[in-house]
Structure formats: structure tokens, C-alpha cells
Design a protein around this ligand. Structure first.
Ligand code: FES
Length: 82
């Protein structure tokens, strides 16, 4: 299984980076924040504010990185404002 998550910025049209997954149980939003990416959030991951959305309609605070790699193996994480 792939162990890298690749992030694409839709505003820039560029690949922002590729990041190694070491803890598959970590939530995607916190994983992205730990890479230094400014993921928007005002509910701190409670699944309420919907600011952490990626790929159009997925809440990054509700998806574990291991599930992302399993369920969307060929997809970049797309962040609209990056
Ligand atoms: S951080 Fe608020 S819904 Fe994800």
C-alpha cells in the first residue's frame, strides 16, 4: 500500500508536497497541519464548521490517513485555497 500522501493546491495548480504517513490512525487534517499546511478549521476537528474540506466535499478532520490511502489510493488531497 502507498504510504505517501500527495497534496495538490487548486489555487496554485501545483503539487504542494508529498508526505510520508507514519501513523495511519491520525486524522488527515492534523496530519496536514503537522506538515505545516494552513488547513482551515474553527471547530478544531469536531466535524461542525466544514472549513477543513478537501477534494470538494470531504471533511479532513473526519478521515484517517490510513483510510484515505485505502479508499482513495490514486487521489491527491486537493486543497482549494493552496
Ligand atoms: S475542522 Fe471543523 S469540520 Fe473539520
Amino acid at each position: 500500500m502507498r504510504s505517501l500522501i500527495r497534496v495538490r493546491g487548486l489555487a496554485s495548480g501545483k503539487i504542494v508536497g508529498e508526505y510520508e504517513v507514519t501513523d495511519p490512525g491520525e486524522f488527515l487534517m492534523f496530519f496536514l497541519m503537522q506538515q505545516g499546511l494552513p488547513i482551515a478549521s474553527s471547530c478544531a476537528g469536531d466535524g461542525v464548521c466544514k472549513k477543513c474540506v478537501v477534494n470538494g466535499d470531504r471533511l479532513s478532520c473526519q478521515i484517517r490517513v490510513g483510510d484515505w490511502l485505502r479508499d482513495f489510493p490514486d487521489q491527491d488531497v486537493e486543497v482549494g485555497y493552496l
